[in-house]
Design a protein around this ligand. Structure first.
Ligand SMILES: Cc1cc2nc3c(=O)[nH]c(=O)nc-3n(C[C@H](O)[C@H](O)[C@H](O)COP(=O)(O)OP(=O)(O)OC[C@H]3O[C@@H](n4cnc5c(N)ncnc54)[C@H](O)[C@@H]3O)c2cc1C
Length: 610
């Protein structure tokens, strides 16, 4: 579709009542948008930065982690409801099951005498049920990433994330940024260091915990790193959080706010909920970035069209004219904005929404063996001694000799050639939200199981990027925010399927070293998309690899959307950020790596925005 001419047609342009003129525009206030803002400010404090987010200000401290509330510090099980509430499913297939016991006199679309004017469904199915409740008639259920979801609020998903921040494995997962091996390694080392500083990553926040040590010590004993073939490493999971120094029972979880704090000026919120830092940073919540506009076929963005959805001048279309434009609206929202923009035929991005990846997840919850729990009482490690004795003294009837608020385990076994998946042993109950438990066993488990003996095992598997796995945007249907409705077409390759089988076998093997399954949480694969690590939707070019994946053509545009500096092919001033940029199959949690891309791009952007 050649829409470029429309730019000149006044009627194609919305009424733009306000014009804002920052140096840099950023769509999306998640951790990646925040990284761009922080890095750009660090490089050039004079730059004026304007950010918008389609979501509202959910937290009093803009973009902070909701788990920091005392409510969830006291009872982590309650946090699962927050996560659930924060996630909006991306694509819901239409349900065809009619409600047949409704009052026969009410409006029911299948009565033939009701001449419902029916729309056409490109897939020729289900259209008579019309679009409602956010259902997507274009979504084939068997190819869906049914649990894939987005979060719309200031701070994005980092207001609820688990904060796991591993690096990608140099050979098994990590994309390439430089053609030369040494330069590539040095670049990643530098970027990971900076990313960890920005979001505050450590691996000792849980190391004192009895529960943590119990799990880690057991796994190290069962899978000795030396002498075992293949070797296996278990260690503390790197996490973006810090244990409070004044009250070590509590943890401050890091988020977009942690990154924005490095701007060095206090974030102030005005009556219209606009967030400002000094005179150089502004963030408009409830403000949709609708599309980018360019001078016809110039490959240079002229302005972005934004709409304030609430507060302030409601429904005002705002024109933002900047020198550089960054879209960091998540793995779905970013390509959605591009799909909603009018690009000329020769500017279209053939790889947009192709070669998408999402991790396969195996999950179970186990209850620790009685020997392990009894050992805490009978043979406590010297560093546990005082805590154990105090607890026995204060709670002589408690059968478990460790404090009630002993922090959860946070253990990982990083990906390796022999075990090409990412492993987390922790406790957050996060995934039990999607697990079926019948009322009987649920009630029973809830009442009689002590969460101190429960460990979640979560294994994340890689999926190969293939051209046929796609995220497309409808020309007909719109989502609840009046943006093009996304549709998934996703199937695992034979190689990835095999790898997930081995991963499941490995998870059950690890589980049996620690305990028995919690009834209702036996080993299972979770619904595709539940990892919430969707990637590849606007994948980056990898220098030094002729074509990736090999062979489609030598034209970078056919298999990547941005170059190695996050700049969109064919555009001088348009940059993208977020997990959608990662072009490789990977098993680890992606946010830290996406931050690296944003940090690298910021150097190029700061130069252009001068
Ligand atoms: C339960 C859970 C656990 C997780 N655990 C981990 C973990 O341990 N480790 C890890 O690495 N990752 C984890 N993640 C994923 C992690 O949160 C994301 O990788 C990260 O937040 C991505 O950052 P982002 O800034 O690219 O996108 P997001 O955080 O999704 O932010 C994008 C922002 O863009 C906004 N937006 C969307 N469309 C528009 C538009 N049109 N205009 C303006 N704004 C728009 C959204 O409102 C949102 O605020 C987890 C996520 C969840 C929900």
């Amino acid at each position: 579709m050649d829409h470029s001419a429309e730019y000149t047609k006044a009627k194609a342009l919305p009424q733009l009542s306000t014009t804002l003129t920052p140096d840099v525009f950023i769509a999306g206030s998640g951790p990646i948008g925040a990284t761009f803002a922080a890095e750009l400010h660090r490089i050039n404090p004079k730059l004026k930065i304007l950010m918008t987010d389609i979501g509202g200000l959910d937290t009093a401290v803009p973009g902070s982690h909701k788990k920091n509330s005392i409510d969830f510090q006291k009872d982590i099980d309650r946090f699962v409801h927050i996560i659930q509430g924060d996630l909006s499913t991306v694509s819901v297939p239409v349900t065809n099951v009619p409600v047949t016991n409704a009052d026969p006199e009410v409006f029911l679309p299948w009565y033939e005498d009701i001449k419902v004017k029916i729309g056409t469904d490109p897939n020729g199915r289900a259209s008579k049920w019309f679009v409602r409740n956010n259902q997507n008639p274009e979504q084939k259920p068997e190819f869906n990433l049914g649990a894939e979801a987005v979060t719309r609020c200031v701070g994005g998903m980092s207001t609820h994330w688990t904060c796991a921040c591993p690096e990608l494995h140099p050979e098994l997962e990590r994309p390439r940024l430089e053609a030369d091996d040494d330069k590539n390694n040095a670049e990643w080392t530098k970027l990971y260091k900076r990313a960890k500083e920005l979001i505050g990553v450590g691996d000792t926040q849980f190391s004192e915990s009895i529960r943590h040590q119990l799990v880690l010590d057991t796994l190290i004993k069962e899978f000795p790193a030396v002498g075992q073939i293949p070797p296996r490493e278990f260690k503390a999971l790197p996490l973006a959080c810090e244990r409070d120094t004044d009250d070590p029972r509590y943890v401050t979880w890091h988020s977009a706010h942690t990154i924005l704090k490095t701007l060095g000026a206090a974030l102030k919120v005005d009556e219209e909920e606009v967030v400002r830092a000094g005179d150089f940073f502004e963030l408009y919540p409830n403000t949709r970035c609708t599309r980018v506009w360019q001078l016809p076929n110039k490959g240079e963005i002229d302005f972005v069209e934004c709409t304030r959805l609430r507060l302030g001048k409601v429904d005002t279309n705002v024109q933002v004219k900047a020198k550089v434009y960054i879209i960091a609206a998540g793995a779905v929202g970013t390509p959605q904005i591009l799909a909603n923009s009018f690009f000329a035929k020769e500017q279209e991005l053939p790889a947009l929404g192709k070669y998408i990846t999402e991790q396969t997840m195996a999950f179970c919850q186990i209850m620790l063996y009685r020997d392990l729990i009894a050992g805490v009482r009978e043979k406590p490690k010297p560093e546990w001694q005082k805590r154990v004795e105090d607890h026995i003294r204060d709670f002589p009837l408690d059968p478990i000799a460790m404090p009630f608020d002993e922090p959860e385990p946070q253990v990982t076994s990083p990906i390796s050639k022999e075990h090409p998946w990412h492993t987390q042993a922790s406790y957050s109950n996060q995934n039990s939200r999607r697990i079926h438990r019948d009322a009987f066993s649920y009630g029973k488990v809830g009442a009689t199981i002590d969460s101190r003996v429960v460990v979640d095992l979560r294994f994340f598997g890689r999926n190969d990027p293939v051209e046929t796995n796609t995220l497309t945007f409808s020309n007909i249907h719109r989502d609840g925010y009046d943006m093009p409705q996304p549709t998934f077409h996703f199937q695992m390759t034979a190689h990835s399927r095999k790898e997930s089988g081995l991963m499941m076998a490995d998870m059950t093997n690890v589980a049996t070293k620690l305990g028995g399954y919690l009834p209702g949480s036996e080993p299972q694969f979770l619904e595709p998309g539940l990892a919430l690590h969707l990637a590849g939707t606007f994948r980056a070019f990898q220098p030094g690899t002729k074509a990736n994946p090999p062979n489609p053509s030598d034209n970078a545009k056919d298999f990547s959307v941005v170059n190695e500096n996050s700049q969109v092919h064919g555009f001088t001033n348009l940059f993208l950020g977020g997990n959608g940029i990662i072009p490789t199959a990977f098993a680890a949690n992606p946010t830290l790596t996406s931050m690296c891309y944003a940090i690298r791009a910021s150097t190029v952007i700061a130069e252009k925005a001068k």
